[in-house]
Design a protein around this ligand. Structure first.
Ligand code: DUC
Ligand code: ZN
Ligand code: ZN
Length: 470
């Protein structure tokens, strides 16, 4: 009889609080011992010279999500979770989107059917509320929150998703009553429409004008409005994909008032700028970078780094929203219709696989953030915010043995050819990083080793969630 199923030997453990040399004993998929020296296991994984981090948690991922136009997501649950595993992420939180007129339960059932038997890593769903009917607010949503769907996203823009102020307030009130967490896409619908139509009238239709149609002020106004609605209804909120200084100022203002506002940012806001949307060769390449909010400028990137280091930004997610660039069936970003206006370019970029290396390299390797902050931003804070902690997001006795063995010195160049996602491009083609995941472990089983995916689709489980930790 061996004492453990697996021992991770000789690595440096890093959590959001500390770092130390120790072995980890795993039995039944959970961490059952942490000690200076452990022996007696079925499998011993040598982590000498490596960091042992909690597996990444990416709490903002879109998979198999339908669009109102003909574009189709480049990742389903199989390819999206394969890419997550390859990038050192062991839990993803995609969205179950309610279409207008659809019952929320029906939407949730449809996403479960999409995910069942396909996932390489663990999965839990946020809901997207697009049609807050009395039935949804009074019955479906409370029942689903009770059943473990403890977070949902609302949109302040997009024709098929936008909620008006009254609807936002109603939804926030239900969240408050039943203890759910609300994520807000804060960009103002009317301002975007006004600016987009003006740009189109002026003949400014190239992808670059996507960024001009959604300036920081549009994000700032909506962030302020969302915060005010949260104050009126007395609920905590999460402002997702914060892109720059103006929204950050609103979040700091809210916190100074004692409001519980959590903020998320993404790799695109520390590495890309609006200039990337420029079609310098008239090849429509700028569409590859069209996402919302759009990437800003160097000053905004500096503001985001400030927010990451001073604790204003607590979540670093990918907002993986993968489309094809050029797809023979006309389902990607580069279509005849999209070439008539930026308005028809699907909004979103792939990033679940590259999130951790980009933050590690730009943050830890360049000395901007500590290892502990890296772990907090990429795993622990997600688990706490969305009710997965301490089962996930840390390295502790009793936690799921979700780990990533990390080579802090390995230099890599991000190349589409080496990635595992379904998209036909990466916005970070040629981007050089220092720091790379070499082994990903999900509940004690090796999922990825040296870029090879080793578990079967369906090994990833659906995780029901409890209330978040304040
Ligand atoms: N919002 C997201 O959260 N993801 C992609 C597109 C968008 O607008
Ligand atoms: Zn959004
Ligand atoms: Zn998103």
């Amino acid at each position: 009889m061996t004492a453990f199923d697996t021992i991770i030997k000789g690595g440096t453990i890093v959590t959001a609080a500390d770092r130390y040399r120790a072995d980890i004993g795993i039995s039944g998929g959970r961490i059952t011992a942490i000690a200076a020296e452990l022996s007696s296991a079925g499998t011993v994984i040598d982590a000498g010279g490596l960091l042992v981090l909690p597996g990444g948690i990416d709490s903002h991922v879109h998979l198999s999500q339908p669009s109102s136009d003909s574009s189709v997501m480049a990742d389903d649950f199989q390819s999206g979770t394969r890419a997550a595993a390859a990038g050192g992420t062991t839990t993803v939180l995609p969205f179950a989107l309610q279409k207008k007129g659809q019952s929320l339960r029906e939407a949730v059932a449809a996403y479960h059917a999409e995910a069942d038997g396909k996932c390489h890593v663990d999965v839990s769903f946020h809901l997207i509320i697009s049609d807050p009917t009395p039935q949804v607010l009074g019955q479906e949503l409370p029942a689903l929150i009770e059943a473990g769907y403890r977070s949902f996203k609302v949109f302040m823009t997009y024709d098929d998703l936008v909620l008006n102020d009254r609807q936002l307030l109603e939804v926030f009130a239900v969240a408050g009553l039943h203890g759910a967490t609300v994520m807000v896409h804060a960009e103002g619908y009317d301002a975007i429409r006004f600016l987009s139509e003006k740009l189109e009238r002026e003949g400014h239709v190239a992808p670059y004008y996507h960024a001009i149609s959604r300036p920081e002020i549009v994000e700032r106004e909506a962030t302020h409005r969302a915060i005010s609605h949260a104050e009126i209804t007395g609920i905590p909120i999460v402002i997702v994909h914060v892109s720059g200084r103006e929204a950050l100022e609103q979040i700091r203002w809210a916190r100074a008032r004692g409001l519980k506002v959590t903020a998320e940012t993404c790799p695109q806001y520390i590495t890309l700028t609006a200039e990337d949307l420029h079609d310098l060769n008239m090849d429509f390449n700028g569409a590859k970078y069209v996402c919302s909010p759009p990437p800003r400028d160097a000053a905004s990137q500096a503001a985001i780094w400030q927010g990451l280091t001073d604790g204003t930004l607590e979540l670093f997610s990918s907002d993986h929203c993968p489309f094809f660039f050029q797809d023979a069936q006309g389902r990607g970003k580069d279509t005849p219709k999209a070439r008539t206006s930026f308005r028809w370019v699907p909004n979103g970029i792939p990033g679940v696989e590259t999130r951790l290396p980009i933050l590690f390299s730009e943050g830890v390797s360049k000395g901007r953030i500590s290892l502990e902050t890296f772990v907090a931003l990429t795993a622990t804070n997600h688990a706490k915010t969305y009710g997965l902690y301490p089962r996930k997001g840390t390295i502790a006795i009793g936690s799921d043995a979700d780990l990533v063995l990390w080579d802090a010195t390995r230099q890599e160049t991000i190349r589409q050819a080496n990635l595992h996602h379904g998209s036909d491009y990466t916005p970070w083609e040629g981007f050089e990083v220092t720091g790379w995941p070499v082994v990903t472990i999900l509940r004690g089983e090796v999922v990825m080793k040296d870029g090879q995916i080793l578990n079967r689709p369906g090994a990833g489980a659906y995780i029901s969630r409890s209330r978040s930790i304040d």
